[in-house]
Design a protein around this ligand. Structure first.
Ligand SMILES: [Zn+2]
Length: 234
């Protein structure tokens, strides 16, 4: 576990504690709210500082918005994934976007519970559900926000054929398709890197942080497979 020492009584405290568990004095700076523009910049230029500010913030504003945006992006990716497998299904399935969105939204809330429990076991300290969701929502900040802007670009380039496999976006324009897929990969990998950094900050163990991040990806992958099975029933 990542520790912070009280400057008054020298007792050991969990990194996210605001006040010393022994003497009650303030052990770190208190940040009121998250500044999203600043966070965007910090994550890129001063990652660990940005992570610290988000986790130390008293009010986790933007949390629900970011979870919603992440759910939208995952909804888009599910449809993109299905279109590769079965193009006939896609037009009927697109009408179910609200259902798919709700599924991902609830799935992220559930992942937050799993993360909270796992982190509590590792650090042997109380870890709030809100902080667990904050880690997920904010590490995928670029993936969600830039990802949705990227989707608009993809729609401009390929229109409804973005969700088609005949012709696929690679057949329509190989270079443009490769360019957008590369951008998708870059923001995804950077989000994964942020997730690992967030977890390193809390756990102070690189290996466990990486392991947990890989577990997170596996959960998302399984979630997508379950969803495809559910949609296949329609
Ligand atoms: Zn103290």
């Amino acid at each position: 576990m990542n520790k912070i020492f009280c400057s008054i009584c020298d007792s050991e405290n969990f990194i996210l504690n605001l006040k010393c568990s022994n003497c009650g004095s303030l052990i770190r700076e208190n940040i009121r709210t998250i500044n999203i523009g600043e966070t965007f910049q910090n994550f890129l230029l001063n990652t660990d500082f940005g992570i610290k500010k988000v986790l130390y913030s008293e009010k986790k504003n933007y949390l629900l918005l970011l979870i919603s945006l992440l759910s939208i992006k995952l909804t888009i990716l599910t449809f993109f994934d299905i279109s590769i497998l079965d193009q006939k299904l896609i037009t009927t399935l697109l009408k179910l976007n609200l259902l798919v969105f709700s599924y991902w939204f609830l799935f992220i809330l559930l992942l937050g519970v799993i993360f909270k429990v796992l982190i509590e076991i590792i650090v042997r300290n109380k870890f709030y559900y809100k902080d667990s969701l904050t880690i997920i929502a904010f590490s995928f900040l670029y993936f969600s926000v830039v990802g949705i802007i990227l989707f608009l670009l993809e729609l401009m380039l390929f229109g409804k054929f973005f969700f088609s496999n005949n012709p696929s976006i690679f057949q329509i324009n190989l270079y443009k398709a490769l360019a957008v897929i590369s951008l998708e990969m870059i923001i995804f990998l950077y989000s994964l890197f942020l997730l690992i950094r967030f977890l390193v900050f809390i756990l102070h163990k690189k290996f466990l942080a990486t392991l947990l991040s890989v577990a997170f990806l596996i959960f998302i992958f399984i979630g997508n497979e379950i969803l495809k099975n559910i949609l296949g029933a329609y």
